[in-house]
Design a protein around this ligand. Structure first.
Ligand code: ADP
Length: 449
């Protein structure tokens, strides 16, 4: 009410001052009352005029963008301008805060590994993040306000949206055809829908691999078990001669060993998958690994092959001795098992130009057709199942070698041609390899079985 009182007083003051002045001037023209009235009117008109001008200035500022400060007049208009400006600036600050909060929120949704798609009650696209755009093959700007079912036509998706039963998620093939998506839909606000999409290709593949693995293990164990139980039944029911009994026992022993080998390889794989990477500070002499692997190979070959070592006396590997040995001896034992009698098997150590090294096992065996090579390191993948089983193979050897290589930062490389033998290389990075003074001249260690 302060401003009202001041303005009234100012108007009254102007009125009196005008009237007073008019009265004084009127003394000279002998019309004091008329001049007093005219003076009062002129003073009030001046007051109103000035007031109007100030009001107009404020109005102009309001109509403009308010990008400069409000007119700083004294009195009512100044105060009004200041208060309006303060309220506007406050509103602007709040809008900025809201805006940046919204941007942060959208950035968080953008960073989500899941797709987020907002649909209006007509199932038109209101907003979607980059992941959802990729999942559904959408363009977040161009496709805004388009009906989603016109753009994503996968029958499972369309039926799911139309049925409106969102208590369970749905799976369908992404429009790109390269991945499988799982969708969850939630309703919010007035008929809006929040669609969350997740790429489950990897987990589906893992599930399938797990199922295959369990089926394979069961199959691998069931076969020797069936054979064993057959022999047990035979022994229990039939009166066998001593020679027959001895033969059956040998066969039973073979099946037991097959199961033992399988369980041992499964345990090795489980251990490789479940333990941390081998340390970098444990150095294993390469020559020792090669000699042990060769000795095992010789025992398995029992004089049927020529086995030779080449190099390795000047190198050490950083990692797990037991894992590296298991990888190399798997390669050597494969070479022995698949190479016909009289064949040649060579185990080399080679330095590589990048400072790394490789353990190489070559044989003069039957070789492997090109189409099989990429799959050899899959668990239970065999080119010739019966040859593998007859020679005590579990189908897990190369997958163990691959794991060991990867755990040491390396990889396995397989070169083979049908009829020309095979070369298996365990490549190790420079970080895991170091040179030592050779204990014996390179290429000197050559042992023939
Ligand atoms: P397995 O226990 O059957 O030998 P691996 O994983 O060690 O299992 O090998 C997978 C398959 O690769 C084998 O079944 C065999 O068909 C093929 N293979 C491995 N090494 C050789 C080799 N040196 N020569 C020919 N074939 C090989």
């Amino acid at each position: 009410m302060n401003w009202l009182l001041t303005r009234t007083l100012a108007a009254v003051l102007m009125l009196f001052v005008g009237a007073g002045l008019g009265y004084v001037i009127g003394q000279f023209t002998a019309t004091p009352m008329t001049m007093a009235l005219a003076g009062a009117t002129a003073a009030v008109a001046l007051f109103v005029g000035l007031d109007g001008l100030r009001g107009e200035k404020l109005m102009l500022w309001l109509r403009g963008g308010q990008d400069h400060p409000a007119p700083r007049d004294a009195g009512l208009w100044g105060e009004l301008g200041y208060s309006i400006e303060k309220a506007l600036r406050q509103r602007e600050r709040e809008r900025h805060t809201e805006e940046s909060r919204l941007q942060q929120f959208l950035a968080a949704i953008e960073a989500s590994p899941n797709g987020v798609l907002l649909l209006d009650p007509m199932e038109r696209i209101d907003w979607c993040n980059r992941v959802a755009a990729e999942h559904f093959g959408l363009d977040p700007l161009r496709d805004r306000l388009q009906r989603v079912t016109n753009l994503v036509r996968a029958p499972a998706f369309v039926t799911y949206l139309q049925a409106g039963q969102f208590d369970k998620p749905v799976r369908f093939s992404a429009p790109s055809g390269r991945s499988t998506l799982e969708l969850t839909v939630r309703r919010y606000a007035d008929g809006m829908k929040l669609v969350l999409s997740q790429d489950i290709t990897e987990s589906e593949r893992n599930d399938a691999m797990r199922r295959d693995f369990v089926a394979n293990v069961s199959h691998e164990i069931r076969t020797p078990l069936t054979v064993l139980s057959g022999f047990v039944e035979t022994m229990a029911r039939l009166p066998l001669s001593e020679a027959e009994r001895a033969r059956v026992l040998v066969l039973m022993d073979q099946q037991t060993q097959r199961m033992q080998a399988l369980v041992a390889d499964l345990l090795t794989l489980a251990q490789l998958e479940g333990s941390p990477r081998p340390a970098h500070d444990r150095w294993v002499p390469v020559a020792g690994l090669m000699r042990r692997a060769l000795a095992d190979g010789q025992a398995l070959s029992a004089g049927r092959h020529r086995l030779q070592l080449h190099g390795g006396d000047d190198a050490e590997l950083a990692g797990s001795e037991s894992e590296l040995f298991s990888a190399l001896s798997n390669l050597v034992s494969n070479a022995v098992r698949y190479t016909p009698e009289g064949g040649q098997i060579d185990v080399h150590w080679r330095w590589r130009e990048d400072g790394g090294g490789e353990l190489l096992v070559s044989d003069t065996g039957p070789g492997i057709a090109r189409e099989h090579i990429p799959r050899l390191t899959e668990r239970f993948y065999r080119v010739d199942g019966s040859r593998s089983r007859d020679t005590g193979g579990t189908g897990l050897g190369l997958s163990i070698v691959k794991h060991v290589a990867q755990r040491h930062g390396g990889e396995i490389d397989i070169q083979s041609e049908l009829g020309k033998g095979s070369v298996f290389r365990l490549l190790l990075p420079a970080l895991r390899v170091r040179a030592t003074a050779p204990a014996a001249p390179a290429d000197a260690a050559s042992i023939t079985a």
